[in-house]
Design a protein around this ligand. Structure first.
Ligand code: MG
Length: 306
């Protein structure tokens, strides 16, 4: 395995012929970082570790051939985002169709032609970059750049199951901007959007733990998922988030709470047991948020240990 760093993209060449690897590497090394493997099993291992955007896969290999490698890669959810281009001396239409049917995105004929190889690789690296961008956007809230509700819901389900398996406490904070309707009435929706962006920024930059996930939950509501976090660790976190937003110092003269934008935070931590659901965790946080509002806003309230 070798590496030539040229861009953010990685190409993996799997071929049982060292000369072909040398030739292909020389052709594409200006376009991406290049890795290689001389047999299918090693190639699959490298693909799992390095997640290349593109795999140039020799069809005719001793032992595990290109089709068998392609089949393993296409079935592995972790490798789904790697695109495969077959490289083969079989240039009949039937052979080409067989490659595409196997799940490859394209086909490069041997003997190799530098211009053809570079054009195909360039096209598919661009497509891969575009797909990655779309994939990111699908999980993002357009206004604030935080994760969106859909992504949060799926991560909550995953993390809830993982914390139950490992017997770890899962923390959650529900954040609501205080008197946001009054803010919009005073300043208009455009300024309201700017306020939400600023609050989202304060929440995002307040992330302190590995794996913490902040999302826009709805209108002026945000949510933070806090992996492996005990109730005691949440006691200061809510008020700390409130202080971060207060420090933004966004004027809100018509708010009864304070003359600046503030938030209320409902927090809870749960050691998920058999039969517990993510909805129960959300419900507890929501009740705590209600308490924070009732107690005068601009504060965090942690749900009881029960
Ligand atoms: Mg070969």
């Amino acid at each position: 395995m070798t590496a030539v760093t040229q861009s953010d993209s990685t190409i993996l060449i799997i071929d049982d012929n060292a000369d072909t690897i040398r030739l292909l590497s020389a052709m594409v090394r200006g376009q991406a970082r290049v890795l290689f493997a001389t047999n299918g099993a090693a190639g699959i291992d490298i693909a799992r570790l390095q997640r290349p955007q593109l795999i140039l896969l020799d069809v005719e290999m001793a032992g595990m051939d290109g089709f068998a490698v392609c089949d393993v890669i296409r079935r592995d959810p972790a490798l789904r985002s790697s695109a495969i281009i077959f490289v083969t001396a079989q240039s009949s239409p039937e052979a080409e169709i067989a490659c595409l049917d196997a799940g490859a995105v394209d086909f490069i004929p041997k003997p190799l032609n530098a211009a053809v190889v570079q054009a195909r690789v360039r096209t598919h690296l661009r497509l891969q970059a575009a797909l990655a961008t779309l994939d990111g956007l699908a999980h993002q809230d357009g206004l604030t750049g935080l994760f969106n509700r859909r992504h949060f819901d799926s991560q909550l389900a995953t993390e809830f199951a993982r914390h139950r398996r490992h017997g770890m406490p899962l923390g959650l904070a529900l954040v609501d901007v205080d008197h946001f309707k009054l803010y919009n009435d005073q300043y208009g929706h455009q300024q309201g959007d700017a306020c939400l962006k600023a609050v989202a920024g304060a929440i995002r930059e307040g992330a302190r733990r590995p794996g913490e996930l902040a999302a826009r939950y709805g209108g002026e509501e945000f949510v933070v998922l806090l992996p492996n976090t005990r109730r005691e660790e949440l006691l200061t976190y809510g008020d700390w988030l409130c202080s971060r937003v207060t420090m933004l110092d966004l004027p809100h003269p018509t708010a009864p709470t304070a003359p600046a934008v503030t938030i209320s935070v409902g927090l809870c931590s749960m050691l998920p047991a058999e039969g517990d659901t993510p909805e129960a965790l959300l419900h507890k946080a929501d009740m705590a948020l209600y308490e924070a509002k009732a107690a005068g806003r601009n504060r965090g309230v942690v749900a009881g240990p029960d």
